[in-house]
Every structure is written in structure tokens, then in C-alpha cells.
Design a protein around this ligand. Structure first.
Ligand code: AKG
Length: 298
């Protein structure tokens, strides 16, 4: 399916690398809304595609409340252009507030607002995963908040590399905290990558915190160039434009990256990613508790 966007830029890039936008190698994420109410079909779709996209699934007003909460926090250290509407999240160009702040404390503050916790850890998302897993669930306590400014992008990676010390049966929910048009750098999924055994057993088996020396990839990502795994293994990069209320879910071994944020207005792309699993299965202790330790823990 070709991308049905209002304005399709001539090029789409991730970390400066242009995607091959031909139909065989690039397309649009398909939604799974038609499968709601049919959990076996939802499982089948996840096994087939490696992702699930639900449009307009979460309470839009609650998402916008979480968006406001995030932007107010960014504004408190001067990152938001106050001459523009607050909810537009336009970058002020002034990073002096970050330099003077305790970054760790600020990151903790950013991910711990009540509106954000409500959208990520209560209501529809939790009832979805309870039904999906068919028993009591837990969520990793950490909320990964992404505030990607113009020029920034997330490199290609499997989530397992960052949170692979518990069960493999974990699902990520990527929640756009506001609208994310293509120019603002949404997430992209490499369709088919959840079935690439060789990649899972090589790059995919690394632990980003303990395998620094034997890790030929630098940090935890596979590459900044989305063409590289595609040329080697195939698959189609899929993305779309997101609206508040949409949620994209995928497993630990679905390769993903983000497009570059090229917002002409300098809008900050805001999203979160959170993880859900069965409560009875082991959970990666780095991301559990009131104030998860994160990557500082070996
Ligand atoms: O939003 C992003 O840029 C990265 C998100 C991500 O890597 C994830 O959801 O696992």
C-alpha cells in the first residue's frame, strides 16, 4: 500500500539516510482496528506482521493532557517557544536550561507526570494487554519519553538489546503524544524483521549494558542506515502519520527506527514507549520499581 499522506516529501530519511521509497521497499503501516474484539486474530496479525497499529484507540483528551504535561516540563527549562501556542511544542532554540539542569532528575520528572502515567498505565491500554496476555499483567515501570527535535532520529534496533533480562514475551506500546506527521519523524517498522533468526541470534542477542566490548555495533543499535538491514535481509519499511489516540505495538524482535524530524516549524516530536508482559514471568529488573535503575545497572 502506498502512503496516503496529505503531503509526501520527496525524500524521507533516518539519520540522514534516504529510504528507497519504491513500493517494494517502503509503504504504510496497516491498522488492526477491524480485529478488535477478536483476540486470536490479533495474535495472528502480530505473528504475521510483527506489529499492531490501532487508530483512535486511546482517549484523545487524555493523550493531549499528557502532551500538555510534557510540554510544560520542557517549557520549565526554556525549550519551548512561548510566542507559539504551547501545545504546538515549537522548540525555542535555547538549550541553556538543559546545560544548567540536573539531567537525570529532569528526565525522571519528565516521565513521572500523572497524566502521562494515566495514559500509559491505566484504562484502555491495560485492559487491552490483560486480554491479550490472558492473565495478570505487569508493565515495566519506566516510561521512555522521546522529545526529538529537528534533526534527531532513533537508529535501527531491536528492543530486546535494551530490556532482554526477563521474558521474551514482552510487547512495546509506542504512543504518539500528539499528532506526528511524516515530517516530524514518526516511528518506522521493518516488516518481516521479527522472523530473521540470524539477526536475532547475532545483533539481537546483545545486552547493551554488559556486552559493550563484544558489541561490534557501538551502542545498542544495529545501524543508523535503514537500508543496510533491508539490503541484507529484505522486508519493507513501513510508517504512517499518527494522530493522538493512536498506538503502535510490537514485539522485542521487530526492527524499528524513526524518521528524521524535519519539521519546518521546529516542532518537537513527542512520544513515549512502554512495555507490558505477564506478571508471572520474569521481568528485566533494570526497569522495575518506583525509580527504575535503568542502564546504570550492570
Ligand atoms: O520514538 C522513538 O524515536 C524511539 C522509540 C523506540 O525505540 C521504541 O519504541 O522502542
Amino acid at each position: 500500500m502506498a502512503i496516503k499522506t496529505r503531503v509526501l516529501p520527496e525524500t524521507l530519511t533516518s539519520n540522514g539516510n534516504a529510504f528507497d521509497l519504491s513500493n517494494e521497499t517502503f509503504g504504510e503501516l496497516r491498522d488492526a482496528n477491524g480485529l478488535l474484539g477478536n483476540m486470536p486474530a490479533i495474535h495472528e496479525r502480530l505473528a504475521e506482521d510483527g506489529y499492531l497499529l490501532f487508530r483512535n484507540y486511546l482517549d484523545k483528551e487524555k493523550v493531549l493532557a499528557a502532551r500538555r504535561e510534557l510540554i510544560e516540563k520542557l517549557d520549565s527549562i526554556g525549550l519551548i517557544d512561548r510566542s507559539k501556542p504551547l501545545l504546538d511544542a515549537i522548540f525555542s532554540g535555547d538549550t541553556s536550561g538543559i546545560v544548567g539542569s540536573d539531567r537525570k532528575a529532569f528526565a525522571r520528572e519528565l516521565r513521572s507526570g500523572p497524566a502521562l502515567k494515566e495514559i500509559c498505565f491505566s484504562g484502555r491500554i491495560m485492559s487491552f494487554f490483560e486480554e491479550f496476555f490472558g492473565d495478570e499483567i505487569l508493565h515495566l515501570n519506566y516510561i521512555w519519553v522521546r522529545n526529538r527535535r529537528r534533526g534527531a532520529a532513533t537508529p535501527c534496533h531491536y528492543d530486546w538489546v535494551y530490556m532482554g533480562r526477563g521474558t521474551r514475551n514482552v510487547v512495546t506500546a509506542w504512543i504518539p503524544q500528539g499528532a506526528v506527521p511524516l515530517v516530524d519523524g514518526p516511528l518506522a517498522i521493518l516488516h518481516g524483521s521479527h522472523e530473521w533468526e540470524e539477526l536475532q541470534q547475532t545483533y539481537g542477542s546483545i545486552d547493551v549494558d554488559t556486552d559493550k566490548e563484544k558489541n561490534p555495533y557501538g551502542g545498542g543499535s544495529l545501524t543508523k542506515d535503514p537500508n543496510q538491514p533491508q539490503q541484507r535481509y529484505g522486508g519493507r519499511w513501513l510508517t504512517t502519520e499518527f494522530e493522538p489516540g493512536d498506538v503502535l505495538m510490537f514485539g522485542m524482535f521487530t526492527l524499528h527506527c524513526s524518521l528524521d524530524n524535519e519539521s519546518p516549524e521546529n516542532r518537537i516530536r513527542l512520544s513515549t514507549d512502554t512495555r507490558y508482559q505477564l506478571a508471572s514471568e520474569p521481568a528485566d529488573e533494570r526497569w522495575i520499581g518506583d525509580d527504575p535503575f535503568g542502564h546504570g545497572m550492570m
